[in-house]
Design a protein around this ligand. Structure first.
Ligand SMILES: CC(C)(COP(=O)(O)OP(=O)(O)OC[C@H]1O[C@@H](n2cnc3c(N)ncnc32)[C@H](O)[C@@H]1OP(=O)(O)O)[C@@H](O)C(=O)NCCC(=O)NCCS
Length: 180
């Protein structure tokens, strides 16, 4: 059966959130998965530290990983709780098997359980179709983020996961901190 032996673990971030072996595996996955990324461009932004680490485990070994951060922010000047997701990656040897999709489902359940108003992630245009497949919506409004002490309008794509999917999305979100 496709995906048998696969499960998702969401662990609170701490110094010992990963074993040394897991840390090495995640670093190797990141290096290989982000090989085509323009690290000079993406590396110039400031990124929020993670509150949780999400692991997609295949037979007990990480093959997929992402980070989550909880933040009080404003949406159309109303205070909201956002859970931000970042750094999603699947080991290239295991891509196309539905693992990131299953990680995203677990993340959706987690965001709901935490009582957040919105899930939010930033990405390049090439990833928009993937996140739409996962049930996230493209945000067409303005996203304000903090970057090395300055506020800036986020220049790339933003995706939202609304906990009330039938309601209107906000026009303007101020993350009151760096993106995720
Ligand atoms: C994006 C990524 C995490 C997807 O991982 P994965 O485990 O292969 O994804 P899944 O197998 O769950 O794919 C789910 C669906 O999305 C599709 N999909 C995967 N990557 C996609 C992409 N870049 N663009 C559009 N669709 C994509 C798959 O074809 C699949 O569709 P299907 O259900 O119709 O078959 C993986 O390609 C990756 O690690 N990429 C490099 C790192 C990266 O860009 N991360 C995102 C940072 S914002």
């Amino acid at each position: 059966m496709q995906g048998a032996g696969f499960n998702v673990e969401i662990r609170q971030s701490s110094a010992c959130v990963m074993t040394p072996d897991e840390r090495q595996i995640i670093a190797r996955i990141a290096k290989r998965a982000f090989v085509d990324y323009d690290t000079q461009y993406w590396g110039k932004f400031e990124w929020a530290p993670a509150d949780w680490q999400v692991f997609g485990m295949l037979e007990g070994v990480p093959v997929c990983h992402a980070k989550l951060t909880k933040r009080k922010a404003t949406a159309d000047d109303k205070q909201v709780t956002i859970i931000g997701m970042g750094g999603l990656k699947t080991d290239p040897d295991h891509q196309g098997r539905g693992f990131a999709g299953r990680l995203m489902s677990a993340i959706r359940d987690f965001i709901m359980k935490e009582g957040a108003d919105l899930g939010l992630l930033v990405c390049g245009a090439n990833l928009v179709p993937f996140y739409e497949k996962c049930g996230w919506q493209a945000f067409r409004g303005e996203l304000l983020v903090q970057c090395h002490g300055q506020q800036l309008v986020w220049p790339e794509r933003t995706m939202l996961l609304a906990m009330e999917p039938t309601g209107p999305l906000p026009n303007r979100i101020d993350l009151c901190g760096p993106p995720f």
